[in-house]
Write a protein that binds this ligand. Structure first.
Ligand SMILES: Nc1ncnc2c1ncn2[C@@H]1O[C@H](COP(=O)(O)OP(=O)(O)OP(=O)(O)O)[C@@H](O)[C@H]1O
Ligand SMILES: [Mg+2]
Length: 413
């Protein structure tokens, strides 16, 4: 083995500039890492979209992707890289198709998690296909929408089975809402879901073996959705929120994902947890932004330097065996799934490895956040995101929150 390895990380990006620049700046601050006498160096490049031969080599060892969930050419390139080149991918492209809410609901229901009761109803408008008339005449069974709704109970939510971005989501308070929403659903395939009357909306962002559970306020404007509050859940609910996010990710082979949970007392109800490649913009994460980007850097570096492999297999039977074990109650099952998830993420090894090899990285992150480069990045992001008359107001808002993060770090160290 040579005593020098250079690892290249590929970034597949959409419109964003803020977190990629932060990632590139922080990766430069990792410096060579010495493992058993071998020097490991890390660099990154932004990937471009171009024709590829299925036999082409891939230069990057790991890819962080924010594009493939909506753009299929790089999605298919990722699948080729995973199968042909052994490229390490944070999210398995093979379960991208399961990223519709529906499969994720089914899988976690199978594990006994507290998914609100959900019914899938047929399309309001027939699919545009010549075979439809025959199928409809022969097999399409009439159904009583009102009876389903009565059974679920008002109020409820109607939302697309593969939803995201609040498209087509409505709260249904009565029969009139029900028929109006269903008539408008047209060619979208809809779930009806029982309402959870929640105290807190917890949104957990997971990056590899790290998870941050945040107090999310979906009704606030984007810049104000994440509240900075550290003990907003009971210890039990907080533990479940972390565990459930990790379990979902380990189950599907995702390492960069967010999980939305509705929390009522100590009961945690996951409702949306197929958000791989989640938003990590400084203008939404603010206080949590330095944590998120340094976790992305650390996890990528750890995975490359330790030769971690991403697997295309899901090993669902290990989870189902726990689900089917009648001697285990809900809490015991959560603990058993969490143990599988932590094994999958090598959680203990990751933290030890970071302490040993990236000991001063956190201090470098703090210096960067306190310095001129981050300030420039923040100002540029604000300039491109908000109208001119709001620049100063938003600069003060985000600077205040990132400074709060800085002073909390100093207090901790
Ligand atoms: N079962 C439920 N009980 C209570 N509130 C719900 C339920 N389902 C959805 N909601 C509310 O509707 C919002 C949107 O739902 P959901 O997250 O499922 O859709 P989405 O399209 O993924 O939206 P987003 O992109 O904001 O996450 C949630 O933030 C929540 O406030
Ligand atoms: Mg959601």
């Amino acid at each position: 083995m040579s005593d020098r390895s250079r690892h290249l990380i590929g970034l597949l990006l959409g419109a964003e500039e803020d977190w990629p620049q932060a990632f590139e700046a922080l990766l430069q601050r990792v410096g060579p890492v010495n493992i058993d006498g071998a020097e490991h160096e890390f660099g990154s490049r932004r990937l471009t979209i171009e024709p590829f031969d299925l036999n082409d080599p891939v230069r990057v060892g790991l890819v962080i992707d924010r594009l493939a969930y909506w753009y299929y050419h790089p999605r298919e390139w990722l699948k080729k890289a995973a199968l042909m080149n052994g490229t390490y991918l944070l999210n398995s492209p093979f379960t991208f198709q399961s990223m519709e809410k529906h499969s994720a609901y089914c899988a976690m229901l199978r594990l006994g998690l507290k998914i609100p009761r959900t019914v899938l109803v047929p399309y309001k408008n027939p699919v545009d296909n010549v075979r439809w008339a025959y199928t409809s005449a022969k097999y399409n069974k009439g159904f009583d929408l009102d009876a389903i709704a009565e059974d679920l109970g008002y109020p409820m939510y109607m939302k697309p089975f593969d939803g995201g971005g609040w498209r087509g989501v409505s709260r249904i308070n009565n029969k009139v809402d029900l028929h109006q929403a269903y008539d408008q659903s047209g060619e979208m395939l809809m779930h009806l879901q029982a309402t959870v009357e929640y105290d807190k909306f917890a949104r957990a962002l997971s990056i590899g073996a790290e998870t941050m559970v945040m107090d999310f306020r979906p009704d606030e404007p984007m810049h104000n959705r994440y509240a900075v509050s550290h003990d907003f859940l009971s210890p039990s609910a907080g533990h479940q929120a972390i565990a459930i996010s990790r379990i979902v990710n380990a189950f599907f082979g995702w390492e960069f994902n967010s999980c939305e949970m509705l929390v009522k007392g100590d009961s945690v109800h996951p409702i949306d947890y197929a958000n791989a490649c989640p938003d990590v913009a400084v203008t939404s994460l603010h206080y949590y932004f330095p944590w998120a980007i340094s976790a992305l850097v650390k996890w990528s570096v750890f995975s490359l330097a330790t030769g971690r492999r991403s697997s295309v297999d899901l090993h669902t039977e290990r989870y189902f065996a726990i689900a089917d074990d009648e001697s285990l109650d809900y809490d015991a099952k959560i603990s058993a799934y969490l143990a599988l998830a932590d094994e999958h993420f090598e959680t203990a090894k990751y933290h030890e490895w970071c302490a040993e090899h990236l000991g001063d990285f956190d201090a470098r992150v703090r210096d960067w956040v306190a310095g001129p480069d981050f300030d420039r990045l923040l100002r540029e992001t604000i300039t491109t995101t908000y109208p001119e008359n709001e620049h100063e107001q938003f600069y003060a808002h985000f600077k205040g929150l990132t400074n709060l993060w800085l002073s909390d770090q100093t207090a901790d160290h």
